[in-house]
Ligand binder design. Structure first.
Ligand code: G3P
Length: 213
């Protein structure tokens, strides 16, 4: 299965009441060979009772206790959310926190998609037991040049490193079309992350559908 994570971020189109409508539209898509997940803003995570494939955009490693403003794994699990992004370029937590979170997620049976920006970080995360690593070159996020076009060698090397350590590499940034997906897949990636290519498209449903061929 090739994973497609639509990161809704916190665009006007995907917050508040718009998030439910948006999720409702895209969650209907089903394509053989693809699994679709939606990274939801925190305030819309409760829609996981309607759309099963919702994941959080951020989580913290703290156990239940006095940690104001934190998002706890235990709390997400209790709400039916079994996975989260972590360390996105727009919400970096740093390697030490990422490694602590990998440990706690492993203990609690929680899935993490840990974002990173370099080959060195891919290696470090995979050595430290990350199951899913999401490589996103920061400078390409939200733009029109895709990670597949600009960083093929990193996708290839990163996928090899991940395979060696039993991890899966996902890639994101600037992904817009089926070619970007095909190249990433051929280079060994197990999935992609996409945001503006779907959220900001004239027809998000069409944009997402046409990626998965
Ligand atoms: O998490 C996915 C995201 O950062 C990629 O954003 O807008 O380049 O698809 P975008």
């Amino acid at each position: 299965m090739f994973t497609v994570i639509v990161n809704l971020k916190t665009y006007p189109e995907t917050i508040g009441k718009n998030s439910k409508t948006f999720m409702g539209k895209i969650s209907k898509i089903q394509k053989p060979g693809y699994e679709l997940k939606i990274a939801s803003p925190s305030t819309s995570l409760h829609y996981s009772s309607i759309y099963e494939e919702i994941i959080a955009q951020h989580v913290d490693h703290y156990p239940p206790g006095p940690f104001t403003g934190s998002v706890l794994i235990e709390d997400l699990l209790e709400s039916g959310i079994t996975a989260s992004l972590l360390n996105h370029s727009e919400k970096r937590v740093g390697m030490d926190n990422a490694i602590k979170t990998i440990k706690r997620a492993g203990e609690l049976g929680f899935t993490l998609y840990i974002c990173c920006e370099t080959l060195e970080e891919i290696e470090k995360l995979s050595i430290n037991g990350a199951k899913y690593i999401a490589y996103e070159p920061k400078e390409l996020i939200g733009g029109n040049i895709s990670v597949s076009t600009a960083k093929p060698e990193i996708i290839q090397k990163g996928s090899d490193i991940c395979r060696e350590h039993g991890s899966t590499l996902l890639v994101g940034a600037g992904v817009k079309n089926a070619d970007d997906v095909r190249v990433a897949k051929n280079l060994g990636a197990g999935g992609i992350l996409i945001s503006s290519g779907v959220v900001k498209a004239k027809d998000p449903l069409y944009a997402l559908n046409s990626l998965m061929i």
